[in-house]
Write a protein that binds this ligand. Structure first.
Ligand code: GRF
Length: 240
């Protein structure tokens, strides 16, 4: 019998991708099992989907943590002991520290503080792959390096609602639609130090008809995502 790939999942919202992965696991379409679902949003609807499937869940409330960081007299005191600013600042490609150092440093430090809490949960599970299923936060190298500990380094997968490298950022379908593209799509990729820049694992495309609304584009895209994500996870499971 093939040993199942142990998949950790992170979500922020409705969790329809998570549901597609749960179903693919349950139906034996992929050799994987989900070992946890975490979220940055308290009450994210996708958490209910996980709980219904008997998957352990946890929340690290980013919004609250970031607000607490803003109020803190000395944010550095909240940082984990193993945080090295020079190392992270050199590797990261999320903010322009030369343009606005203060703002950029707050971004990095507050995210690292939240990431440490995520890691505290994640490290209590045995996990082969971390799957971001509609998780709307970017990761600093602090987090990425602590997940990608053994070769091959690529252990974090993300799904993006556009055909990368076109339309990175938070609104892939919206940007595709507003540009007037006749083809849209979605991409599954490994996460690196940039935003939506890591190596591509798989893509699926769909046609955008003349009368299509943004809602139509999103609906067509999500249907493709639900096929693509389980297929990419299975590709990873098979390549072990
Ligand atoms: C998807 O479109 C995904 O590509 C994007 O966020 C959306 C999440 O949807 N990153 P769901 O929570 O899986 O339903």
């Amino acid at each position: 019998m093939v040993e199942k790939l142990k998949v950790g999942t992170l979500i922020s919202g409705g969790g329809t991708n998570l549901q597609a992965i749960i179903d693919a696991c349950n139906q034996g379409r992929i050799d994987a099992e989900i070992v946890f679902t975490g979220s940055d949003v308290d009450g994210a609807k996708g958490l209910e989907r996980a709980q219904k499937a008997g998957i352990p869940t946890f929340v690290v409330a980013y919004a609250r943590i970031i607000a607490d960081c803003r109020k803190a007299q000395d944010i550095d005191r909240l940082l984990p002991k193993d945080f090295h600013l020079e190392d992270i600042a050199e590797k990261q490609r999320l903010v322009d520290l030369e343009k606005n150092r203060e703002k950029g440093l707050f971004f990095i430090k507050s995210r690292v503080i939240a990431e440490r809490r995520l890691l505290d949960h994640i490290e209590s599970y045995d996990m082969d792959l971390l799957v971001l299923a509609g998780f709307m936060r970017v990761f600093t190298p602090y987090f990425i390096d602590r997940i990608n500990t053994n070769a091959p380094g690529n252990k974090i997968m993300n799904i993006h609602p556009a055909l990368l490298p076109s339309f990175p950022g938070i609104d892939g379908y919206g940007d595709t639609f507003r540009y007037g593209c006749k083809i849209g799509g979605c991409t599954v990729h490994f996460v690196d130090y940039g935003e939506d820049t890591g190596p591509i694992i798989g893509q699926k495309a769909f046609e955008i008809a003349d009368g299509d609304t943004l809602e139509d584009v999103k609906a067509k895209g999500l249907e493709k995502e639900w096929e693509l994500y389980p297929a990419c996870i299975q590709k990873f499971a098979k390549s072990r």
